[in-house]
Design a protein around this ligand. Structure first.
Ligand code: UD1
Length: 418
């Protein structure tokens, strides 16, 4: 099991490059199940553990996956299967998105129901209700869900909450169904637009992606396509916060400023200087931040995936701030680890109250999920002395070779195999 060792208290200087978006690449790769023609996807963060899991998922369902640098070619390899293995779905809940394309094409699919995870229960009721609205029947059987429909029908789906996964899931299925499907109260995350672009290249028509009403005009048979994945806004935001917490001047190469408005507005309010140019963003920070409170919300609100790194920075603020988590029910596992570094955080329900301290001190700590792990890196870079982070496999799900990228910006960070 790997550990990350970070010697903190050194300002970051120079540049760090963001990878392609994990959360955009996953549904796009899964959407290749909609066609028998070859698809070529570029700018895929192939080193991430979740991507490796996605490749295994596609292969287990009958696709051939060829990787060359950051380019992934997915092609037909015999006929597709309509049953996803539990071994894969339990490792990555986004695997459940394979159900929609297979249901739309073959009228029957069996997938394990993903369990909860460290940050919450994460049911898939919104997805299932969507498929029922398109005419599917659902049976639960020994931990699996079986969805069937002689032929899925185009129709209107209205979500009770703008779930990112459910929006992507219905869009994918609708792309392979003749007629017009309308999703109301859809999620508006940039990853939805990226998927919409890919579905259009396959031959579907998609209108309104990025708004709360998405219209998909599907086609029974879709073709192949090439597509390049958008930059990872969560990785970019994590680096901006790391640069602010460690102080110094850090350029995040490849960051898309338009995807990070909610975050940069708050960072500026806390005293960071942020410069934006085409294809990069630079953060400059000296000293401790002003305390600034945030509440997470679906896009374009403050992303829940940057809540933990934000909280880590606020541990050093000159005063009290609040962090309200409204998207997931249990997303403060990083607070106890940050407390081991000297942070003063009180968590009550969905809110954390942070009393900023002059400095954090390095300590042995543990990552509990991807973004909690990212928060520990942010804190470790700012802390005095050595921090050893264990359970790095959580971080490796969402950040490609993070220690190597940070070393390029002057951090003392290395990986050891314990
Ligand atoms: C995606 C992202 C994840 C991010 C999240 C919110 C991927 C692979 N993951 O996850 O990094 O944190 O968006 O921005 O893209 N919910 C239900 N019923 C459902 C579906 C969701 O109650 O059927 C709840 C969830 O439990 C959660 C909230 O809705 O509390 C948000 O979930 P959702 O938007 O679906 O997130 P994911 O697509 O799982």
């Amino acid at each position: 099991m790997d550990q990350l060792i970070i010697e903190g208290g050194r300002p970051l200087r120079g540049g760090v490059r963001v990878s392609g978006s994990k959360n955009a690449a996953l549904p796009i790769l899964i959407a290749t199940l909609l066609t028998d023609e070859p698809c070529v996807i570029d700018n895929v963060p192939v080193l991430l553990r979740d991507l490796r899991t996605t490749f295994r998922l596609l292969e287990s369902l009958g696709k051939r996956v060829e990787i060359s640098g950051g380019q992934v070619r997915v092609s037909a390899h015999g006929s597709l299967k309509t049953q996803a293995p539990y071994e894969i779905v339990k490792q990555m809940r986004a695997s459940v998105l394979a159900a929609g394309p297979l249901l739309a094409r073959f009228g029957l699919v069996r997938v394990p129901i993903p369990g909860g995870c460290a940050i919450g229960l994460r049911p898939i009721d919104i997805h299932l209700k969507g498929f029922k609205a398109l005419g599917a029947r659902e049976i639960a059987d020994h931990g699996d869900i079986i969805l069937s429909a002689a032929r899925l029908k185009a129709g209107r789906v209205k979500f009770k909450f703008p779930s990112v996964g459910a929006t992507q899931h219905i869009m994918m299925a609708a792309a392979a169904v003749e007629g017009l499907t309308v999703v109301e109260n859809a999620a508006r995350e940039p990853e939805i637009n990226d998927l919409a672009g890919f579905l259009e290249r396959l031959g579907a028509k998609v209108k309104g992606a990025g708004t709360s009403r998405v219209e998909i005009r599907g086609r029974r048979t879709l073709g192949g396509a090439t597509h390049s994945v958008i930059p990872d806004r969560i990785e970019a935001g994590t680096f901006l916060l790391a640069g602010a917490a460690a102080t110094g001047r850090l350029t995040v190469i490849g960051a898309e400023a338009a995807h990070l408005r909610a975050v940069t507005a708050k960072m500026r309010a806390a005293g960071a200087k942020i410069e934006e140019s085409v294809g990069s963003m630079t953060v400059t920070m000296t000293g401790r931040p002003k305390p600034v409170s945030i509440a997470t919300a679906p896009y374009p609100g403050f992303p829940t995936d940057l809540q933990a790194p934000w909280l880590a920075w606020m541990c050093l603020a000159k005063g009290r701030s609040r962090v309200a988590e409204t998207v997931f029910e249990n997303r403060f596992l990083h607070a106890a680890e940050l407390a081991r570094m000297g942070a003063r955080i009180a968590v009550s329900g969905g809110t954390a109250i942070i009393d900023g301290v002059e400095s954090l001190s390095g300590a042995p700590i543990m990552a509990s999920d991807i973004r909690a792990g990212a928060a520990l890196i942010v804190a470790a870079l700012a802390a005095k002395g050595r921090t050893t982070i264990s359970r790095v496999y959580h971080i490796d799900r969402g950040y490609e070779r993070v220690e190597k990228k940070l070393r390029g910006a002057g951090a003392r960070a290395r990986r050891v195999t314990a």
